[in-house]
Design a protein around this ligand. Structure first.
Ligand code: 4NP
Length: 158
């Protein structure tokens, strides 16, 4: 199983989501690859934003080895699921989808909590540290559901 998180800058929401899910995957001993990507080339190769690193660390999550990368059409071949944070990310990703199979891989991350509702996780880049905390809690809730469901699938098939 390979999961990709996508946001705009790939320095706040998606690397944080990837760090949170990786920790939950490791804790459950699951075989899942987790990556993140974005669409805004300003910060290519850079670490996550300092406030992202700080909020992660405060919750025991390590995202220090992140390097910003752009989403590419090949990601549809590599990943089984592609989770986006908001409508713009959804448009950016689905505009690059080549077929129905690609389209089916893309969903709003918060739909794992409330399917089909398309709730968004807003960009905290211009926000406060309280906004980063809110983002963390939403990502953590969604990632907990993803990790638990993969763990259940594994139990059901072994
Ligand atoms: P993110 O936040 O999409 O959660 O990583 C952003 C960070 C940087 C920029 C946009 C969004 N930017 O335009 O530089």
């Amino acid at each position: 199983m390979k999961i990709l998180f996508v946001c705009l800058g790939n320095i706040c929401r998606s690397p944080l989501a990837a760090g949170i899910l990786r920790k939950k995957i490791d804790e459950r001993n699951l075989d899942v690859e987790v990556e993140s990507a974005g669409f805004e080339p300003h910060h290519i190769g850079q670490e996550a934003e300092q406030r992202t690193i700080d909020i992660a660390k405060a919750h025991g999550v390590d995202i220090i080895k992140h390097g910003m990368r752009m989403f590419s059409a090949e990601d549809f071949d590599t990943f089984d699921r592609i989770y986006v944070m908001d409508q713009k990310n959804y448009r950016d990703v689905t505009e690059m989808a080549r077929n129905e199979e690609d389209m089916k891989k893309v969903d709003f991350l918060l739909n794992v909590i409330e399917p089909g509702v398309n709730k968004i996780i807003a960009d905290p880049y211009y926000g406060t540290s309280a906004d980063f905390e809110k983002v963390f809690l939403k990502l953590d809730k969604a990632c907990e559901i993803i990790a638990n469901s993969i763990e259940q699938q594994k139990r059901a098939t072994t």
